[in-house]
Design a protein around this ligand. Structure first.
Ligand SMILES: [Zn+2]
Length: 277
């Protein structure tokens, strides 16, 4: 159930099921052999002997007519980290991302689809087996509307010095990063949409993310991070980008009381540190 706080204007999703989430359960429900511990899969790749598995989140943020919430188990190997996947594994994973993104976009009432990944306790990840999540919402979130309205800022971002880049994507440290060592991956084609990236481009994107995550973990001296894929809402065109947010820093009274975010690492210093990390 969604309720808009009439004082702050922020949207709150009430989900009592979330409180039942297991934290670091003794038997990992994402490991091969434990499939019965999760809802039945809607997608397994490349076949029943799966290497990527997608199923409904048993503790969803949204459900029913409000939307869908799915878990994408990225590897059958418990303890294999994202940054170490093979190219073949990245290809399967990107295929799953795109297939589920398309399916959720088509779902009834879906107005926005959010693909994201949490890693580590401070990111909110409750199961230490690499996975990402995708959910559809019955409205376009305010943050997404604001990004679209301010989309020219992405063109300014494109002019910032590159941490790394390839043929299709440029990685920068944004001018006002929310977290120390936050990094943004921008599509070089300003009309690129997540849905229409080719398999080759998708694998290139995930390969760049592997390099970024290796650097972020080393620079911040902690493994916790969140990745958010910023796709434009339906019918809108906006340069596609991905934010990698290191999550070692915890928001306190200044952030919660004033909305002003405190970051102890200026982006030019972050860029220098990340280059050598
Ligand atoms: Zn596992």
């Amino acid at each position: 159930m969604f309720v808009r706080d009439s004082l702050s204007g922020r949207m709150v999703a009430f989900s009592s099921k979330r409180s039942k989430r297991p934290h670091r359960p003794t038997t990992c429900p994402f490991c091969p052999g434990a499939e019965a511990l999760t809802p039945p899969a809607m997608l397994v790749l490349p076949d029943a002997d799966w290497r990527v598995r997608v199923f409904p989140n048993a503790f969803p943020v949204v459900s029913g007519k409000n939307g869908r919430h799915e878990v994408i188990v990225e590897t059958p190997r418990h303890g294999e980290w994202f940054e170490n996947y093979s190219g073949a594994q990245l290809a399967l994973l990107f295929g799953a991302f795109q297939q589920r993104f398309a399916a959720l976009s088509k779902a009834r009432n879906a107005r926005y689809v959010l693909l994201f990944k949490n890693f580590g306790d401070k990111s909110g990840a409750s199961i230490p087996h690499e996975h990402s999540q995708i959910l559809s919402l019955p409205f376009v979130p305010d943050a997404v509307k604001t990004e679209w309205k301010n989309r020219k800022a992405l063109e300014v971002g494109m002019k910032r010095p590159a941490l790394i880049e390839d043929q299709w994507f440029k990685v920068i440290c944004p001018e006002a990063s929310f977290f120390p060592y936050q990094v943004r991956v921008l599509a070089k084609d300003k009309n690129a949409r997540f849905e229409s990236l080719s398999q080759e481009q998708g694998v290139a994107l995930l390969t760049l993310l592997q390099s970024v995550i290796r650097k972020v973990k080393a620079a911040q001296g902690a493994p916790d991070y969140t990745v958010v894929f910023h796709a434009a809402s339906k019918g809108k065109v906006m340069r596609f980008f991905v934010d990698v947010m290191p999550r070692k820093a915890v928001w306190g009274g200044v952030e919660l009381g004033s909305g002003v975010l405190v970051n102890f690492k200026e982006p030019d210093v972050a860029l220098r540190d990340l280059k050598t990390a």
